[in-house]
Design a protein around this ligand. Structure first.
Ligand code: NIG
Length: 414
């Protein structure tokens, strides 16, 4: 919809995943007693147009003959899904750490200290270099079907530097997170740095972010330091979220639940108590299995969390150290193969789950009134996202009613 006042009907949809509980099951079976995430329509159409707020939205969905509209996009039997909601990324940075990846593949462990390498490169980069890298990564993520991206700061470790990264992130997303407490920079002592984050950086950056985050982990920040950072953020009006259980189980999940964090992210290493806490709280467990792939760690056990009643989100964690990818379909494939999720659960977690983690109700689904964010998948069912790992199946990505990615190949092939 180049003109936001126009209506467009997307017609001839083979499978339309809406996540509307009123719609029938269109994906694989869910084991008995579990919520059915795979709801939608077959042989469907979808009308996009301006909502009452002027934002491009889903106006109607249905099956059979499509209604008239100002424009028609015939997807010729392809699958349409809600755009992916990537609720955890660190996309503003400079430098390259492929040598660290190679060393890990040869047996070296992932260490939080590698973040300092990116801090050095990011501090040295010009605004134009940073902006260029960020824009390239946003384009890459659109080509993967991602229509919402959260972006953290965290590679400057100074007040003016973190503000600079947040300002840049705000050029491409409204979901920005202050991660001033990512790692202690080499030039300061840990407690002095936490005081700086709490007393100076957080008030100075609060206007530029919606959320606050901390890396609560061995080699980064302990639980008392993490609490101080998150409480300062909350006082400044930011929603808290936390890196929890990436390298080992620890106190971060309990802190997340106690402080009402929107999400606890990674959750690779959890105790039974952590699982029970997440299962009985509104803190979303955000899993980042591309990180565990890239750091050769065990994968998080999503089944254990889902069975305990936790809300699970999937995100890419796009960053130069532990997960340099925006391939959400790969994340879904890993979640299904290695984290014990079903395909409908994984698709829900990469869309509606991410939206829940970001506390956004109008994205991550395609019910009437949703923001016009969707991806056309060149496949007869969304199962192909995991069934055909590594294949470029995203044909078109529509973000706020605008086509932001179009594959050059035709669908279906001649
Ligand atoms: O989520 N764990 C902390 N932050 C990132 C890694 C950042 C880096 O290694 O540069 C993560 O994995």
């Amino acid at each position: 919809m180049a003109d936001p006042a126009r209506t467009v009907v997307i017609a001839n949809i083979g499978v339309l995943v809406t996540h509307d509980p009123a719609h029938p099951r269109v994906l694989g079976d869910q084991p008995d007693g579990r919520p059915d995430f795979g709801t939608g329509l077959t042989g469907a159409w979808l009308v996009l147009g301006p909502g009452s707020d002027g934002v491009a939205r889903v106006l109607r969905t249905g099956t059979g003959h499509p209604p008239a509209a100002d424009g028609v996009m015939d997807v010729e039997g392809a699958t349409v899904i809600p755009g992916f909601v990537d609720s955890h990324t660190h996309m503003v940075f400079a430098g390259d750490r492929s040598a660290e990846f190679a060393a890990r593949m040869a047996g070296a462990p992932y260490q939080a200290g590698g973040i300092a390498t990116t801090i050095e490169a990011t501090r040295a980069a010009s605004a134009e270099q940073l902006r260029q890298g960020l824009r390239r990564r946003v384009a890459e993520s659109r080509a993967q079907g991602i229509t919402t991206r959260e972006i953290k700061s965290g590679y400057a470790a100074s007040t003016s530097g973190e503000a600079r990264l947040l300002r840049m992130a705000r050029e491409v997303t409204s979901h920005t997170t202050l991660l001033g407490a990512h790692v202690v920079p080499p030039e300061v002592d840990a407690d002095a740095f936490v005081s700086l984050v709490v007393e100076e950086m957080t008030p100075a950056c609060a206007e530029l972010a919606t959320r606050v985050d901390v890396f609560c982990e061995r080699g980064a920040f302990d639980v008392d330091q993490s609490r101080a950072v998150l409480e300062a953020g909350a006082t400044a009006g930011l929603t808290p979220t936390i890196h929890a259980g990436q390298l080992q189980a620890g106190p971060a999940v309990a802190l997340a639940v106690e402080l009402g964090c929107a999400s606890a992210d990674h959750c690779t290493h959890l105790t039974n108590e952590d699982v029970a806490l997440l299962g009985s709280s509104s803190t979303v467990a955000t899993l980042l299995p591309a990180t565990d792939f890239s750091t050769r760690q065990p994968y998080p056990d999503a089944r254990r969390l889902l069975d305990a009643g936790a809300v699970v989100a999937l995100a890419t964690n796009c960053n130069p150290g532990s997960s340099f990818t925006s391939a959400m379909a790969l994340v879904i494939a890993l979640a299904v193969r290695d984290c014990r999720m079903t395909l409908p659960e994984a698709l829900w977690s990469a869309t509606a789950g991410g939206a829940t983690a970001l506390r956004q109700s109008d994205i991550g689904h395609l019910q009437t009134g949703a923001r016009a964010d969707l991806a056309v998948v060149s496949a007869p069912t969304p199962d192909h996202l995991a069934y055909r790992p590594g294949m470029p199946l995203i044909d078109t990505t529509i973000e706020a009613g605008q086509v932001v990615w179009r594959a050059t190949g035709a669908w279906p092939p001649a």
